[in-house]
Ligand binder design. Sequence first.
Ligand SMILES: [Mg+2]
Length: 136
Amino acid sequence: MAPQHDPPKTLRAGLQPRPLVDVSGLQEAIARFARERDWEPFHSPKNLAMALTGEVGELVELFQWLTEDASRGVARDPGTARRVRDEIADVLVYLVRLAAVLEVDLDEAVRSKLATNARKYPIEKSRGNANKSTGP
Ligand SMILES: [Mg+2]
């Protein structure tokens, strides 16, 4: 006879599992921002993906030529802290807008990808090993 397992606490309590990603407020704010400026026609997936890439480049530039140790301090360094926050915000805004325009449910997408990654990188084979799997 198979062992009995208790159902997850959220099911026992009749609760919905807590979302991993809830950007609904941010999506609404970005949509309003674009609508008020009549920028929606410019928010094609192509343009948003390109803008996202540009913002990632601006973020990466802050780390260029730094040592590993120095890179750990950029968010605390008075000379770069504000820019790090600004560029991370820019990346998030364009990523969230791109997902909205493409009708990608970020919570579902992240849950699915985390499950895929957990199968791809089992703990017993991956612990302490930064090498990427070459498998499917
Ligand atoms: Mg920027």
